[in-house]
Design a protein around this ligand. Structure first.
Ligand code: ATP
Length: 385
């Protein structure tokens, strides 16, 4: 097992494009770290540099405290699980798992190979399918064979590149749980690339968010959700995404398109010297004021016109149209190029208790706490709260 340390890692491709711009990241022995970000942010490039499939242009990569920049992939003792699993169709499950050991078979006896294949397949619940060919396995079973191969090599770390993106939603959910369980029971250092924020939020001990080759924030899933460092992380993490509104400072009040919020100490510090901020508020920050048992004192109650609702069984989403400021729109559209159009909504999304009786056309009284507001600098996008 091993720690992995990235020190100012840079990747400039031959055409002069810099895909990774000086990334620092410390991955502890046994830790499960997710690299997440929109398409093209450099996450696969970063993973490929760790495994040795791509040269490092600048900076230092250490595995278990040894600098490995110039080491060949096979000498790094890392196991990579790819999106397409790379299984051999003409070999059985058994032979597919045994394959990497046969490659460096010089020092492994057939008995030892057999023991390792059986141990791994038991762990992965593949022991009943050892004689099957990949074509006769489900997507999830193929995935497990690919992991089995990585396990038998006694690699010092697992590297995953979007391993679940070929699976349907249900299987993806199951495999996600399985990978998490397996990683925990093996305690093996794992780096996992995905653009799916649900995977990022549920799998990792820590999540590293990348944008345009730069690391934005590394934190626990909870840390990213509760304390995003900037607009980008705030908009990228969370589903449905955080709502962004304009906030105009007017004396002791912060005016939002949906309500006026009295400035408390925290908000006052954040707006100091500014008259305009971007205000972020998550859909789950709201409650139906007429249904909640919460004490409404200390929060803000706004009467809002409900345009549409969506009932999903466990939650009710209500949509409220609002006007936003031009500066805010401009900033969000810059952000939006990386966020698939999600952040430029012109409606507020509110997540309510599924039992809520709020319906389209209602003027609903919705409550939120000022503590739930994130204030961002409209120029830099930095979180001020
Ligand atoms: P995705 O989720 O779409 O796979 P990613 O975050 O994994 O995206 P990378 O594959 O790491 O992104 O690519 C990062 C950037 O580097 C992209 O803009 C890509 O076009 C560019 N890139 C990748 N390979 C090369 C190459 N061989 N030469 C030049 N540019 C490249």
């Amino acid at each position: 097992m091993a720690s992995i340390t990235l020190n100012r890692i840079v990747k400039t491709y031959d055409d002069g494009f810099t895909a990774v711009k000086g990334v620092d990241l410390d991955i502890a022995d046994g830790e499960f770290v997710i690299l997440v970000g929109p398409s093209g942010c450099g996450k696969s490039t970063l993973l490929r540099m760790i495994v040795g499939l791509e040269d490092i242009s600048d900076g230092e990569l250490r595995i278990a405290d040894e600098v490995v920049n110039d080491k060949a992939p096979k000498d790094r003792n890392l196991a990579m699980v790819f999106q397409n699993y790379a299984l051999y169709p003409h070999l059985t499950v058994y032979e597919n798992i045994a394959f990497p050991m046969r490659l460096k078979s010089s020092d492994l006896s057939d008995d030892e190979i057999d023991t390792r294949v059986r141990r791994a397949s038991k762990l992965l619940e593949l022991d009943e399918h050892l004689e099957r060919k990949p074509a006769n396995l489900s997507g999830g079973q193929r995935q497990r064979v690919a992991m089995g191969r990585a396990i038998v090599r006694n690699a010092s770390a697992f590297l995953f590149d979007e391993p679940l993106s070929n699976l349907d939603a249900k299987l993806r959910g199951q495999m996600r749980t399985e990978i998490a369980r397996l990683q925990r029971s093996l305690g093996i250092t794992t780096v996992y690339v995905t653009h799916d924020q649900t995977e990022a939020m549920t799998l990792g001990d820590r999540v590293a968010v990348l944008r345009r080759g730069e690391l934005q924030q590394v934190a626990s899933p909870r840390g990213l959700y509760d304390q995003p460092v900037n607009l980008f992380v705030a908009g990228f993490i969370g589903s449905p995404p955080m709502n962004f509104l304009s906030g105009t400072v007017d004396g002791d009040v912060l005016r939002l398109p949906i309500a006026d919020v009295p400035l408390d100490d925290r908000l006052r510090r954040a707006v100091e010297g500014r008259d305009l901020v971007i205000v972020g508020v998550r859909p789950d920050a709201f409650e139906d004021a007429d249904a909640t048992e919460r004490d409404l004192e200390g929060g803000v109650t706004a009467e809002l016109d409900i345009e549409m609702t969506e009932w999903l069984g466990e939650v009710l989403y209500a949509y409220v149209p609002y006007e936003t400021d031009e500066t805010v729109k401009e900033k969000l559209s810059e952000l939006d190029r990386d966020l698939d159009g999600e952040s430029l909504r012109t409606e507020l999304v509110v997540a309510l208790d599924a039992m809520s009786s709020i319906r389209p056309g209602d003027a609903a009284r919705l409550w939120f706490s000022p503590d739930a507001l994130h204030l961002f600098d409209p120029e830099t996008g930095v979180n001020l709260t």
